[in-house]
Design a protein around this ligand. Structure first.
Ligand code: AMP
Length: 121
């Protein structure tokens, strides 16, 4: 999938649309999901233009990868989710149900999150 610079997260990064910011670092931005699926539902995105984890891991410089991973951990800490636990999830491509073609991980917390996936094989 090619990177679309008009995707909604690129617009958030450019300040063209607002977000409810949790954390901003040199390499990453974390903000509340507009349609939360848990009491705490935050998205963490790298600032660079990467579609997916495959794209990011293959093409991003090491500092950007480290900065993004640190921001995910820091976001969970800032949400106070460490003690009771949380879930990190990234949807990629068609089968993953990815809606926005800019790499993002969801951080869910604030209640027991149930089984990892809805159904069985
Ligand atoms: P995914 O299916 O993993 O691509 O999920 C995309 C997520 O982005 C969904 O959970 C949406 O609710 C969320 N989302 C879409 N637009 C916005 C926005 N403007 N601000 C915050 N979250 C958004």
């Amino acid at each position: 999938m090619a990177y679309d610079p008009n995707n909604v997260f690129a617009k958030i990064l450019r300040g063209e649309i607002p977000c409810k910011k949790v954390l901003e670092t040199e390499h990453a931005l974390a903000f509340h999901d507009i349609n939360p699926l848990a009491p705490l539902h935050v998205l963490v995105i790298p600032k660079g233009a990467y579609v997916s984890m495959a794209d990011f891991s293959a093409n991003a410089p090491a500092e950007e990868i480290a900065g993004f991973v640190r921001a995910v951990g820091e976001t969970a800490r800032m949400l106070g989710a460490e003690a009771e636990g949380y879930r990190v999830l990234s949807n990629v491509g068609l089968n993953g149900g990815q809606e926005v073609p800019h790499l993002h991980v969801h951080v869910f917390a604030g209640r027991p999150l149930g089984p990892m996936l809805a159904g069985r094989v």
